[in-house]
Design a protein around this ligand. Structure first.
Ligand SMILES: Cc1ncc(COP(=O)(O)O)c(C=O)c1O
Length: 462
């Protein structure tokens, strides 16, 4: 029945080009059609239930089927389904949201600019920084510094900041001037015997040397996810952010915190910047801002950036940047209700408390023959699978074992993300301790099965 030509399944294979998917493989294996959701669970069209251990795409903070968000959207659509914020127009939800975000983010951030997506937000950051530096007469100060394994989106500019080969290969990226520095992942990139602090010193020295090599008058900004997400769930080494910030401040290099995954409680603090003591000039927010019930992102900028941008717009006549949906009232209304729920239900504290359980339960798998490292903070974690625990050798080829775990997990009612051979966990912030234990148990069964398979089958043949 499922493959009937009129089924969603068959029409998907016939008509859809999927993002971030091997299109030829998709023609063979077809889609899992997700039909509905409730709490931490989603159901496919055959009635199978899955724990959504990645909260969709790291984003459904309040869980699926939250009626209050549906009602907030419906109320706003009935009153004012759309209006823009170009040329001196505004609407109440977008103003309420801007005010709320300014008041809840670090004190230096004083204005909000809205977009539809994290990628557009990071494109907007690049343009704002260029516009600001032109306004300051610093016309050569335009380069960005990012990191290997960073994820900042996929548009031409934000995709240039991203440091993952799959998002750049054959897309002719990077396109904007950017340098990608060493990934701050201690397990993979520290030298033998190097402490976390010494590793952080080395990375800060690399940043400084890069700024000097490029010329401080050409380097505009450093962008980083406080804890890197899509690159493999990579927390930085101790003292990393304080050292990176000190170098940036020395050379008038702006600090951009990409909080698209970290923001709104993921690490057990409201923002990743709170967790790591970052005082950014720009903060990028999305995903959990609406629990992804509606597309929305916000760029929060400092007073200095705002003043520079405002002055220049006065001088040349306009700040000629914006989207049809910048400040759209419906996602703004959903965001406000979503933030109410996060506060009322203490979901940031839940992420901290239940996150400890998740980290402990997952770390208990460190002895498993396939597990090289378990890492993370709050309700985000990565379990890196390796061919040899002692040497940290990766599987050859990378990614086949991860893909095996990913597809097998479905059979145990578990949706996770495989990033190469790292398995990522990022469940809704509403998850309970019992549900975390259930999630880890399903993962453990999947891992054991994969280990058995690997004893019988060569990795390349998977
Ligand atoms: C840190 C970070 N920045 C930016 C983006 C891009 O957001 P979007 O997919 O909404 O364009 C993502 C998406 O996963 C992200 O994780």
């Amino acid at each position: 029945m499922r493959r009937h030509p009129n089924s969603t399944y068959a029409r998907d294979v016939e008509y859809v080009l999927h993002p971030v998917t091997n299109a030829r493989k998709h023609e063979e294996v077809g889609p899992i059609v997700i039909d509905r959701g409730e709490g931490i669970y989603v159901y496919d069209d055959l009635g199978n239930r899955y724990i959504e251990a990645l909260a969709g795409l790291w984003s459904v903070a309040v869980g699926f089927g939250e009626k209050r968000l549906v009602e907030a959207a419906s109320r706003q659509m009935a009153k004012l389904p759309y209006y823009h914020t170009f040329s001196h127009k505004t609407n109440e939800p977008s103003v309420d949201l801007a005010e709320r975000l300014v008041k809840m983010t670090p004190a230096r951030l004083r204005r909000a600019f809205f977009t539809n997506s994290g990628s557009e937000a990071n494109d907007s950051v690049i343009k704002m920084v260029w516009y600001y530096n032109n306004a300051r007469g610093l016309r050569t100060k335009k380069k960005f510094i990012s990191r290997v394994n960073a994820y900042h989106g996929i548009t031409i500019a934000s995709g240039s900041l991203t440091g993952l080969p799959a998002n750049q290969r054959d897309f002719d990226l990077p396109f904007v001037p950017v340098r990608h520095l060493t990934c701050p992942h201690y397990y993979r990139y520290a030298e033998p015997g190097e402490t976390e602090e010494a590793f952080a010193d080395r990375l800060a020295a690399e940043l400084e040397a890069t700024i000097m090599e490029e010329g401080p008058d050409t380097v505009a900004a450093f962008i980083g996810e406080p804890l890197m997400g899509a690159g493999g769930v990579l927390p930085p080494p101790a003292t990393y952010w304080e050292k990176i910030q000190a170098v940036c401040r020395r050379y008038d290099v702006l600090i951009v915190a990409d909080e698209v995954i970290n923001g709104f409680g993921r690490l057990g603090t409201m923002f990743g910047c709170d967790y790591y003591g970052i005082d950014p000039d720009v903060m990028v927010l999305s995903k959990q801002i609406t629990s992804s019930y509606q597309p929305l992102a916000a760029v929060m900028i400092s007073h200095e950036l705002y003043e520079g941008i405002a002055d220049n717009s006065g001088r040349i006549g306009t700040f000629g940047h914006g989207f049809t949906a910048s400040g759209h009232p419906v996602p703004a209304a959903v965001a406000l209700e979503n933030l109410d729920i996060i506060e009322e239900r203490n979901l940031v504290e839940n992420a901290r408390r239940v996150g400890e359980v998740m980290q402990t339960e997952l770390r208990a798998l460190t002895d498993h023959p396939l597990v090289g490292e378990v890492r993370g903070a709050g309700l985000i974690a990565g379990v890196e699978l390796v061919a040899d625990k002692a040497t940290k050798a990766k599987f050859n080829p990378v990614g086949k074992v991860g893909a095996q775990v990913f597809s097998r997990a479905h059979e145990h009612g578990l949706i996770i993300r495989a990033i190469g051979d790292t398995i990522a966990f990022c469940p809704p912030l509403i998850i309970s301790e019992d549900q975390v234990r259930d999630m880890v148990e399903r993962f453990k069964v999947t891992l054991d099965e994969t280990a058995t398979l690997l004893r019988e089958t060569d990795v390349a043949a998977l």
